[in-house]
Design a protein around this ligand. Structure first.
Ligand code: MG
Length: 301
């Protein structure tokens, strides 16, 4: 439902001049007289985005913060503050809230963001954690998913796949990279990989009015994906293309900037996996031939 709902909501929402970039990207941009404000929100639910019994409340708190901060990182923004709202299952609500809060504080200290407000409620349903994150635009640099240009390299910032084995709870939003490149490298567009490389890359290409082609041999695969695939390379690749929740960044970068990018953040964080092209849709390259690539990944209900 999410994609069509988002499209409808975008149309239905009233356009006001203070909203520079509204519904549909990783975060929204609110214009002010000083630097623009970047805002995003995301909820995670027991049984959908984590299993409380397995993950434990502290990691859930960390994840709720990280998924939101990752969206700010994808915009090239600097995080300022977060707001936390909890829907707690009625039994044991207080202990649970305290533990989640520990994880939230841990993560907000790590990224120097203020926990600036929130709300708690109890109900008969499962645990739901909502976070809203606020950041700011630094030096007028903002990366949107609609900024990719034909000919830009498709770059991912780390290995992908198998996040279910742990990374989906313990990933680190890539501000380490953002801080180093924000003002030094010409980045045309960016997006974080929440639902899967193939589906998110197609969304980015669509938003940019172009297509994308992947060199499948260049897609970096995590040890976790290899483990889930029991060593079968086609399966490991399928995990890397479709698993999601890696929260690495997809960057659209002109070819002339790639060496500089590698120099600033290291080879291990710069994987050139393809190119944005004029032919719309998602493709894989086999020599001079293009084959249509199915966009696999997590589809929101
Ligand atoms: Mg995102």
């Amino acid at each position: 439902m999410e994609q069509s709902f988002v499209a409808w909501a975008k149309m239905r929402a009233r356009r006001l001049p203070q909203v520079k970039l509204g519904i549909g990207d990783d975060a929204a941009i609110i214009a002010t007289n000083a630097s623009d404000i970047v805002v995003t929100t995301d909820s995670i639910m027991d049984g959908v985005h984590f299993r409380l019994q397995e993950a434990g409340p502290r990691r859930v708190g960390r994840k709720a913060v990280s998924v939101n901060l990752s969206d700010l990182a994808a915009m090239g923004a600097q995080p300022l503050a977060i707001f936390l709202s909890l829907c707690l299952p009625r039994n044991d609500a207080q202990t649970l809230a305290a533990e989640i809060y520990e994880g939230v504080c841990e993560q907000s200290e790590k990224f120097q963001v203020a926990l600036a407000g929130g709300d708690t409620n109890c109900w008969d349903g499962p645990l739901v954690v909502h976070v809203t994150a606020v950041g700011k635009v630094v030096d007028d640099v903002i990366w949107t998913r609609s900024g990719a240009k034909i000919g830009d390299a498709v770059i991912v910032t780390g290995a992908l796949g198998g996040s279910l084995l742990g990374k989906h709870l313990d990933f680190v939003p890539r501000f380490d990279l953002v801080e180093k490149i924000r003002t030094r490298v010409e980045i045309h567009g960016a997006m974080d990989i929440s639902d899967g490389l193939s589906i998110d890359l197609l969304r980015m290409a669509d938003a940019s009015g172009c297509g994308a082609v992947l060199d499948l041999t260049q897609v970096p695969i995590t040890p976790a994906a290899w483990k889930m695939a029991a060593g079968a390379s086609d399966q490991a690749l399928a995990h890397a293309l479709g698993d999601g929740e890696d929260f690495e960044l997809i960057l659209a970068v002109p070819a002339k900037e790639i060496d500089k990018l590698r120099g600033l953040i290291g080879m291990q964080n710069v994987h050139v996996v393809g190119e944005f092209i004029s032919r719309t849709g998602l493709w894989s390259r086999h020599g001079s031939q293009y084959r249509q690539l199915p966009a696999t990944g997590y589809v929101h209900q």
